[in-house]
Design a protein around this ligand. Structure first.
Ligand code: ADP
Ligand code: ZN
Ligand code: ZN
Length: 649
């Protein structure tokens, strides 16, 4: 007989005590009665039964789910840090960190996408050699491989991983998205065999549990995976690799809203492990830390597989008709004549993204969100990209009945249709979330592209990341400015990074790579600096802007989003806490808002936000916790708090 303290995956930060007749180890999952329901929970404490009689009022546990613990005291300390830092409950933090499966099951081999070449180089380049040596010179430390696209960062990561495993310490290798990281996964499989665990999104909860136990037992000391793999429970962690550090997908969009980079820094400092980040386009925050010397920046400046950085040409779209400028058409044909391949990139899926009435100005928006609907031609639906709502396309204005209506703006579907019309002799394929809905499509298209069966591959972010194809001569950025109009201080940084990354797909194996950047804003610094590959100049300018506007890295932000069906209640709640925050944080933080969010309604919920901006992170964090503990939200109003938000929409 004993007592156990249990936390649940609910937004209530409290431990609940139950009685039990059996031995229940710390760190196991249990089922316990909670307000008339049975909930899964985590055992975060155990103690003997007290004699004072109070225990008799406690309820007994229903069931114990694990024979052996999933985590230890040290791991719980990390969970407490996550919960504290990101204002979640301990139970929510543990739920985000631990696998959910009940029974261990066999894990099939991960089938990766395509047949990209990854040759283990017989020798490292001098720059790579130097990088490996420097990182291994200490058993911990923060490093940043700041290398142009194609400069062989992967090989440095792998060598450092290998050395860490030889020290008897574990490795976590983080990538933005595992499905698009075929070459890394293959290299890891080849070199590390069953010592590697690949945590990809298609694993079932039970398969995740199997891998979790393997890691705990030290049988899989190398783990590769996306964001949540940062929580892998290595008994002796020695290294975390964070590839493509700038990627937005490292930030969780549900509670706890953690950033894998911050968690990685915390874990590495707790375990005295090395953290090695890498990118051709670091986040402005990381660049600033390198500049200040808080992260050791290591430069890689040369392409190694026979390629050179491509020649970039900016084409001003003003005055051109259609989406293919004359220059882009010419280069596509030249590329085809040379039996090489083209990648076209556009950051918008669908066919057209706005339906507009030329008589009364009506614009078709989602009924439940304050955003325009996107026309998807293949599905023949108008679709909302925020809530999934869809409706039939119209050929007259629903507001005034006029027939003078049109669909404006181009998405990838339209680019595909145009490309097929202009270049009937080319074999063309499209990669975006619509095109790869069917399982296996992504893998098939990448394989065909690799084998040269596709001449022109077009798509969204999916073609922008990591792809390493020898046949690619030309990269066309159909419209570079799509993201620049977003009301977000990171819009410039994101556009710059995307152009550099997409351009980096060209000329990886031959020195004749070519990039055409189409834009209506040829003078914009993001476009300009990216086209000239003037990376340091870009960061210098961007840091000046950030300093002037007091945005990160010169301040830290907290974002409070209030949402609910009643705009009145949402605004009232935001104003009340806003007033309190202004009073309590005077002199320590700026309180911006409350104001309607840039996207004022999503899925029928009105949204208001408050942004706190401060240089005094810890005191403001603590005071905000006080305020949050005190706030009584009106019925039907929900509050989300985001620490260091990456999106302000
Ligand atoms: P990055 O991640 O920096 O963009 P990759 O790691 O994908 O670059 O490397 C680009 C290419 O260079 C790959 O095809 C890789 O096989 C090759 N490569 C890496 N290191 C070497 C080397 N030392 N010698 C020759 N080729 C190399
Ligand atoms: Zn109208
Ligand atoms: Zn919607």
């Amino acid at each position: 007989m004993g007592l156990v303290q249990v936390v649940f995956n609910i937004p209530v930060d409290r431990e609940f005590t139950y009685t039990t007749n059996e031995e229940v180890p710390f760190g196991c999952r249990v089922v316990a009665p909670f307000h008339g329901r049975n909930l899964n929970g985590y055992v975060v404490g155990t103690e003997p039964l007290k004699e004072d009689g109070a225990s008799f009022q406690l309820k007994p546990l229903r069931r114990v789910l694990d024979k052996e613990p999933l985590f230890d005291k040290e791991y719980l300390a990390l969970a407490r840090w996550i919960a504290d830092r990101y204002y979640s409950s301990l139970g929510e933090a543990l739920a985000a960190m631990l696998p959910g499966g009940k029974k261990e099951t066999e894990v099939p081999l991960f089938e990766d996408a395509g047949e990209e070449v990854f040759i283990t180089p017989p020798s490292l380049s001098p720059e790579q050699e130097q990088a490996v040596k420097e990182i291994l010179s200490k058993e911990d430390g923060l490093y940043y491989l700041f290398g142009i696209t194609g400069s062989g960062k992967t090989e440095v990561f792998l060598r450092v991983a290998e050395a860490t495993l030889l020290e008897g310490r574990g490795v976590i290798y983080l990538v933005p998205e595992i499905a698009l990281t075929g070459q890394v996964v293959r290299a890891i499989r080849e070199r590390f065999g069953s010592k590697a665990a690949v945590l990809h999104s298609r694993l079932t909860p039970s398969q995740r549990l199997t891998e979790w136990r393997r890691i705990l037992r030290g049988e899989a000391p190398l783990v590769v995976g996306a964001r949540s793999a940062v929580f892998a429970p290595h008994p002796r962690l020695g290294l975390i690799i964070l590839d493509e550090e700038h990627e937005g997908s490292y930030k969780s969009s549900s509670s706890p809203r953690y950033h894998a980079r911050q968690v990685a820094m915390k874990r590495c400092s707790l375990s005295k492990a090395r953290l090695v980040m890498g990118s051709a386009t670091p986040s402005v925050e990381a660049y600033y830390l390198m500049q200040k010397g808080e992260i050791r920046g290591i430069r890689l400046t040369k392409r190694l597989a026979g390629g050179k950085l491509p020649e970039v040409e900016i084409v001003d779209l003003k005055g051109t008709e259609g989406v293919f400028s004359r220059r882009l058409q010419e280069e596509i044909l030249i590329t085809h004549r040379e039996k090489r391949q083209t990648i076209l990139f556009l950051n918008r899926r669908g066919f057209s993204y706005s339906f507009h009435c030329n008589t009364c100005g009506y614009q078709m928006k989602c009924r439940r969100c304050s955003v325009s609907l996107t026309f998807h031609k293949q599905k023949n639906r108008m679709v909302c990209h925020y809530c999934g709502f869809s409706t039939r396309p119209m050929d007259l204005c629903p507001s005034c009945g006029s027939l003078d209506v049109g669909y404006y703006g181009s998405g990838t579907e339209k680019i595909e249709e145009e490309a097929r019309r202009i270049f009937p002799e080319l074999k063309i394929a499209r990669l975006d979330t619509d095109a790869v809905e069917r399982k296996g499509t992504l893998e098939r298209i990448l394989k065909e592209f690799q084998e040269g069966k596709i001449d022109l591959l077009l798509g969204t972010q999916m073609v922008a990341k990591g792809l390493n194809f020898p046949g690619v001569r030309l990269v066309g950025i159909v419209l570079a400015d799509t993201g620049l109009h977003m009301p977000d201080f990171r819009a410039t940084e994101r556009t710059f990074s995307l152009i550099v990354q997409v351009s980096g797909r060209a000329g990886r194996f031959a020195p004749d790579g070519k990039v055409i950047v189409q834009t209506y804003m040829p003078q914009h610094e993001a476009v300009n600096h990216a086209a000239q590959m003037a990376v340091d100049e870009f960061y210098k300018k961007e840091l000046e802007n950030r300093a002037e506007l007091r945005f990160p890295p010169f301040s830290r932000l907290f974002r409070l989003v209030f949402r609910g069906k009643s705009e009145e209640s949402v605004r009232a709640a935001a104003e009340e806490i806003g007033t309190n925050l202004i009073r309590e944080l005077r002199g320590q933080a700026e309180v911006l808002g409350p104001a309607e969010c840039p996207i004022g309604v999503i899925a029928g919920n009105h949204r208001y936000q408050i942004i706190l901006r401060t240089k005094a992170f810890l005191p403001v964090h603590a005071e905000l916790r006080n305020q949050l503990a005190r706030v009584k939200l009106l019925k039907g109003v929900y509050l989300e708090v985001d620490v260091d938000p990456v999106s302000l929409l």
